[in-house]
Design a protein around this ligand. Sequence first.
Ligand code: MN
Length: 263
Amino acid sequence: MSRPRIIVTNDDGIFSEGIERLAASLATVGDVFTVAPDQERSAAGHSLTLHHPLRAKLIGPQRWSVDGTPTDCVNWGVLHLLKDERPKLLFSGINLGLNLGDDVTYSGTVSAAFEGTLIGIPSVAVSQEIETGFTFDAAADIAARLARLLLVHPLKPGTLINVNVPAGSPRGVRVVRQGRRRYGEAVIEKTDPRGRPYYWIGATPPEGMLEQGTDLSAVDENYISVTPLHLDLTHYDSLSLVEAIAARLDEAPAFETDVSKPR
Ligand code: MN
């Protein structure tokens, strides 16, 4: 029997150490194909390139760079490069930095796993906390273990796994829900040498208590967090509330257009 194909991508770029470690680790499990952006695309989110052509470059054995986003890489890799035999698994990472709580929607690393899930490939995102002296060892290790298990115990369709690894020696693994971020939001305004304003989207240090049972608290307590995610963003508890609001749309005043009239 042939070895299962595994596609590996990330958002830190094809030359990042994290993707090399991930690919090497998964090569003990299957036949690895690495397809990643030609430069860092962190915080690219789930963006897809539609308005210019993409180029792919073979840069090593079963290793390609694409001048696009992580989502582009997943599409090119699965729907073009490996179209004759689809990969059994997709791994994205090992990201340089955590992807916890609400931050997953900014993350190109997690979005690549979203994309894998959307096109039917069981997908895992792996991210590493960065602190002085950190290594990729624990993240590379759990990726290979998870890959072996997922080949035998598949995820439910439409779901993916988000893994975050604390720096230092993890105390174990916790399966937890996605938490909420606690940064204070800030836009910092400065003045450029020509006297015009420019801006940094900033974040002030985290504040408040960590909610227990979340990815944030698990990593804070030095556990590897494992969180099943899905792409259905529906808030089911709000369906009846929003139905009640929508039922009154006819009564609500509109400004320029009347929503009751077809346009
Ligand atoms: Mn990144």
